[in-house]
Ligand binder design. Structure first.
Ligand code: NAG
Ligand code: NAG
Ligand code: NAG
Ligand code: NAG
Length: 400
């Protein structure tokens, strides 16, 4: 079955003639205030799941923390007549699935294609069957035929219907019984000629800017969403980051290099996580003191005023996280379990040393300051993929 869908897809794309116009889709950052105390823990649980890819479903924890309070969501219409589902946007996984909340009903466009699909996320999982169906992201962006999972059971997705999986195709390997890989929504849109390339651009906005509304561009980056140069870096060769939109970089805090390594760029993670040695060097540099009730490093006003830039050096380019970009929006201090007057740093500990092939995760806290582009190239195995970044009007804004 997979082979057939794949060959069909490959034939289709050779027929594509001219590039259609840029397709964008609004996305909304949802804040679930009841889950804010779990932000760090659920990011860490998710990190464990990302690191243990291919290690089966040993990481199933019955926790309700995937979205951990902050999730970018889109509404997607599936089937004909269509039902609308609210899906979490994720670049760290690649299966699109529904059924966590609103249940799925077969329509004229639904075909059951597999009796078993399962994906585990460290901070949640789902298991069910797979259909081919019509997935409409908007009137202009209809992915068909699209393999989707339909959950029989799931955990960790309270308040959401499932996931829009925008990660590399290779991550679907082995998730759907009887298939090797399945095309992602981006693949299907490309092979069907709706978009000129397997490229996704993500414009996220800090919580207190632009009302938490961002946008996704399909097929090409959206130049209206960034300023200056967009620079690319090849996806890292270091496993397991090589399966994701993984990159190599160096971290400099102020004038000092505090670490380097391979890690991943992930819209499904909230903050920034660093391998323990890099994190400890950052903690030392900032003077931040670990706050047990929040799980984050804490500074007083004097400490905040002394905070230096955290620079990410990526393939010759520098992305600066200003002091303001290194703190949690202060309006959330109390809700995350902290002190109103403190400053909490959005860099947390991965819980293991660097050198494992997954040394950091750049989540929303980074992606809300820089435009990001996920280019899957031509290969299925992620070997010619690349990731791009550019500054935005929020890179240096004082929003927190
Ligand atoms: C789907 O099928 C039903 C009957 O099963 C029919 O009434 C309806 O018009 C069809 N809808 C579409 C959009 O094809
Ligand atoms: C998928 O995973 C299997 C088992 O780990 C492996 O043999 C196969 O090469 C993988 N497929 C691709 C396209 O990498
Ligand atoms: C801690 O920071 C000081 C400067 O503030 C530096 O001299 C020292 O080397 C750092 N220690 C570690 C382990 O990074
Ligand atoms: C990035 O990958 C392309 C091929 O996909 C290669 O030509 C180029 O040299 C690579 N760049 C670096 C910096 O490794």
């Amino acid at each position: 079955m997979v082979a057939r869908l794949f060959v069909l897809a490959a034939l289709c794309f050779t027929l594509v003639a001219s590039a259609p116009p840029l397709r964008t889709l609004p996305l909304t950052k949802l804040v679930d205030h009841s889950k804010l105390k779990n932000v760090v823990k659920s990011d860490q649980a998710r990190a464990k799941g990302l690191k243990n890819v291919n290690k089966g479903d040993t990481e199933r924890e019955p926790v309700n923390t995937f979205a951990n309070g902050f999730a970018y969501v889109v509404n997607v219409a599936i089937g004909s007549p269509a039902s609308t589902y609210s899906l979490i946007v994720d670049t760290g996984s690649s299966n699109t699935w529904i059924g966590a909340d609103k249940s799925f009903h077969e329509t004229n466009t639904s075909i059951l294609v597999s009796d078993f699909v399962a994906v585990s996320y460290g901070s949640g999982f789902f298991e069910g069957v797979a259909y081919v169906d019509q997935v409409a992201l908007s009137d202009d962006l209809v992915a068909y035929p699209q393999v989707i999972g339909v959950a029989g059971i799931s955990s960790g997705f309270d308040g959401y219907d499932g996931i829009l999986g925008l990660g590399p195709t290779i991550l679907t390997n082995g998730t759907v019984y009887d298939f090797e890989l399945v095309d992602t929504v981006v693949d299907t849109l490309y092979y069907d000629g709706h978009i000129p390339a397997r490229v996704l651009g993500a414009a996220l906005a800090p919580l207190n800017a632009n009302g938490g509304v961002g946008s996704l561009a399909f097929g090409a980056p959206d130049p209206s969403q960034y300023t200056g140069l967009l620079s690319y870096t090849n996806v890292t060769k270091a496993y397991p980051s090589s399966l994701y939109f993984g990159i190599d970089l160096r971290f400099d805090y102020g004038p000092r290099t505090i670490g380097y390594g391979s890690g991943i760029v992930d819209v499904g993670t909230t903050i920034i996580l660093l391998a323990s040695d890099i994190y400890e060097a950052y903690a030392n540099g900032t003077g931040g003191v670990y706050d047990f009730s929040v799980g984050l490093l804490r500074l007083d006003e004097e400490g905040y005023n002394k905070l230096q830039p955290l620079n990410l050096r990526i393939n010759g380019a520098t992305y600066e996280l200003t002091p303001n970009a290194q703190i949690l929006p202060r309006t959330l201090n109390v809700e995350v379990g902290g002190d109103e007057d403190a400053y909490y740093l959005i860099v947390a500990d991965l819980g293991y040393p660097s050198g494992s092939g997954l040394d950091f995760i750049l989540g929303q806290s980074f992606l809300e300051r820089f435009y990001s582009v996920y280019d899957s190239g031509q290969n299925y195995d992620n070997t010619d993929s690349r990731v791009g970044f550019a500054e935005t009007k929020y890179s240096f804004s004082e929003t927190n």
